[in-house]
Design a protein around this ligand. Structure first.
Ligand code: SF4
Length: 166
């Protein structure tokens, strides 16, 4: 069965940096859950970050540039946490591969999970188009990433994938 990986915070788990969860349309997610299709993962918790934790942003580019070694992830304290973010992304990919995940619904804006935008590294609320580190690593490995606002698109993509099954 093709599985869908969802950011843990979108399923109500209070794992965000500030100890909150993130809102999402639960209807399709509930359908996938009842089909046994849904798995969830938080790359930052997997990397060993506590909750709550200081906010982090990519500096010098998005997740793609981080994976190329051309940008870094910093907490607002100035601590360089790049290595932990890359580690969390690798753990998420390993988990996804072991669970036949082909689609991910990830929380937009996060330095790990962002799929259409990330914060711009100035910690002033500014954003820039791009992906988080985990979202980028997923896409590079054939896992299609959607934001929490694109769940219907993800359902369409899943339906197409299922039709291609032998
Ligand atoms: S890393 Fe992803 S799953 Fe974890 S709290 Fe941040 S947005 Fe949610």
């Amino acid at each position: 069965m093709i599985r869908v990986l969802v950011s843990s915070c979108l399923l109500g788990q209070p794992v965000r940096y500030n100890g909150s969860d993130a809102p999402s349309d639960k209807t399709i997610l509930a359908q996938w859950k009842s089909e046994g299709r849904l798995v969830h993962f938080c790359p930052e918790i997997a990397a060993g970050f506590p909750t709550p934790r200081p906010p982090a942003e990519t500096v010098g580019g998005d997740g793609k540039m981080v994976l190329l070694g051309k940008a870094k992830v910093f907490e607002d304290t100035g601590l360089d946490v790049t290595e932990m973010f890359v580690d969390g992304a690798k753990k998420a990919l390993e988990y996804a591969k072991n669970n036949n995940v082909r689609i991910a619904i990830l929380t937009d804006g996060s330095p790990s999970c962002g799929s259409t935008y990330v914060y711009d590294g100035h910690f002033k609320g500014g954003t820039t188009p791009g992906k988080g580190v985990t979202a980028e690593l997923f896409e590079q490995n054939g896992i299609r990433v959607f934001s929490e606002d694109q769940i219907e698109d993800a359902l369409e993509y899943l339906t197409d994938l299922e039709k291609l099954k032998p």
